[in-house]
Design a binder for this molecule. Structure first.
Ligand code: NAP
Ligand code: GCO
Length: 268
């Protein structure tokens, strides 16, 4: 039956950075499909607010604070989940930051921080979660990639380096773990309405015009657009999808760009 393909009842899902934005949309979508949702963040305040937000949607989220860049923190957090909720069946490596600074102006420490959170942390969390997935001979990992897994652009060198690396880390995870019936894929969102893109979207920022000319769908994506793609990759329906980056971008990667006005919707 079609519904059974997308039924996550009995599965334990961990979403890192899941207290808002894309992570919360993924958590709510997987929760509504029956998964037990574990939400991580580094902010007590955001975790408490998220607990209420998930509850308002009928989801009793298990919240826990740990820094995804700390091996000790991650080990403690995953052990707590395994003891109190169960072995993680679905891992969404969503936590991430961006720094928009020209290369020559960017402190090396900032570059390393972005790489630590956006590239090294998915390795750290996956290394802690995967051994029990291998024992179960089943598991789903979704790494949050980006348009910047494919493109560069001014000021986001650290972020693009991390997200480009994450695309190939996803491929390597597939190469080493697919034989244990683990499916490891990425999602590459286009430009999505979240706090992270607020500075380049709000108050008439010119970047908004660029997104409109580069996005054939003619709109910014919503976090729920990404949540829906995550449900597919977390489900039985994607059991033969591996090492793949699913771009949820309204057509950006298919499009070189339009002259302003060329993509206006014709009245039919
Ligand atoms: P966001 O609103 O900035 O949320 C990122 C989350 O990661 C926050 O909950 C943040 O917690 C958490 N986080 C940061 N550092 C952490 C750490 N060391 N340990 C644990 N959690 C940490 O971002 P978003 O827009 O929802 O994006 C989510 C993911 O999608 C990111 O990986 C981003 O790169 C990627 N992405 C976003 C877009 C977009 O257009 N928005 C497009 C493509 C890819 P705090 O808030 O407490 O710091
Ligand atoms: C930027 C944006 C992008 C988005 C996303 C696009 O400054 O270019 O923040 O990087 O976050 O990654 O896929």
């Amino acid at each position: 039956m079609l519904n059974e393909l997308f039924d996550l009842t009995g599965k334990v899902a961990l979403i890192t950075g899941g207290t808002h934005g894309i992570g919360m949309a993924i958590g709510k979508t997987l929760g509504k499909a029956g998964a037990k949702i574990c939400v991580n963040d580094i902010s007590d305040e955001k975790l408490a607010a998220a607990k209420k937000d998930y509850a308002d949607d009928g989801i009793d989220a298990y919240i826990l604070k740990f820094d995804v860049t700390s091996e000790a923190d991650v080990d403690c957090g995953i052990s707590q989940i395994e003891q109190e909720v169960g072995v993680v069946d679905i891992l969404v490596n969503n936590a991430g930051i961006i720094k928009r600074i020209p290369i020559l102006d960017m402190p090396v420490a900032d570059y390393k921080l972005v790489l630590d959170i956006d590239l090294v942390a998915p390795l750290i969390v996956s290394k802690r979660v995967v051994p029990n997935m291998i024992k179960k001979r089943a598991g789903k990992i979704i790494n949050m990639c980006s348009m910047m897994s494919v493109y560069g652009r001014n000021t986001v060198s650290a972020y693009a380096s991390a997200k480009g690396g994450l695309k190939l880390l996803t491929a390597n995870m597939c190469c080493e773990w697919a034989k244990y019936n683990l499916q490891i894929n990425g999602i590459g969102p286009g430009y999505i309405v979240t706090a992270q893109t607020g500075p380049i979207r709000e108050n008439g920022h010119p970047f908004n015009d660029l997104v409109m000319t580069r996005t054939p769908a003619g709109r910014w994506g919503q976090p729920e657009d990404v949540g829906n793609a995550a449900l597919f990759l977390a489900s039985k329906a994607a059991d033969f999808v591996n090492g793949h980056i699913l771009y949820v971008d309204g057509g950006i990667l298919a499009n070189f760009g339009y002259v302003k006005g060329e993509n206006d919707v014709l009245t039919v």
